[in-house]
Design a binder for this molecule. Structure first.
Ligand SMILES: [Zn+2]
Length: 166
């Protein structure tokens, strides 16, 4: 059954929960409905897809490991220079290692072999190959989870609650 995005009182995404748990939170008055899918559970009680907690909850920050898998996921498995999503994607250092570029979320992007070779040991500016999205560190593992749902075609209405989702 469908999942529900839980927002903090500040409207920041907090977690993803089952619709049952979401309904309980709303009935108990701990959360309010923000988005629903048009269906009703019973009269005057729409089926929630996004809810918001009435009280702010503090969440500890969880670091996401900088791995090939996570980088590909952040970049939606597409070359950040030409947009192709073909097989054989590589990782490219935006500022090449030979020029002092480090291993960081901000300096590594997904690139197809062709673009990677073409760019060589130049910066995007020198190579006249602008990046499609500025590489950023993902906010949290929740961000990854939300991105997966949105890209899967369901829960498009979640998109507007996530900053920087491409
Ligand atoms: Zn490319």
């Amino acid at each position: 059954m469908s999942k529900v995005l839980v927002l903090n009182a500040s409207y920041e995404p907090l977690n993803i929960t089952s619709w049952r748990r979401a309904v309980v939170l709303v009935i108990k008055g701990k959360a309010e409905q923000v988005e629903h899918n048009g269906r009703v559970i019973y009269a005057d009680f729409p089926f929630p897809t996004v809810i918001r907690l009435r009280h702010y909850v503090r969440v500890p920050y969880k670091e996401i490991p900088l791995t090939r898998r996570n980088l590909l996921h952040r970049d939606n498995h597409t070359c950040q220079y030409c947009g192709t999503g073909s097989e054989g994607l590589t990782l490219d250092h935006v500022v090449p290692r030979s020029r002092g570029g480090g291993d960081s979320w901000e300096n590594i992007v997904t690139a197809c072999v062709r673009c990677n070779v073409k760019k060589g040991s130049r910066t995007p500016k020198e190579a006249s190959m602008p990046l499609r999205n500025p590489p950023r560190k993902p906010h949290s593992s929740l961000y990854f989870e939300i991105a997966r749902h949105v890209r899967g075609g369901v829960h498009q209405e979640w998109r507007k609650y996530v900053i920087g989702l491409n």
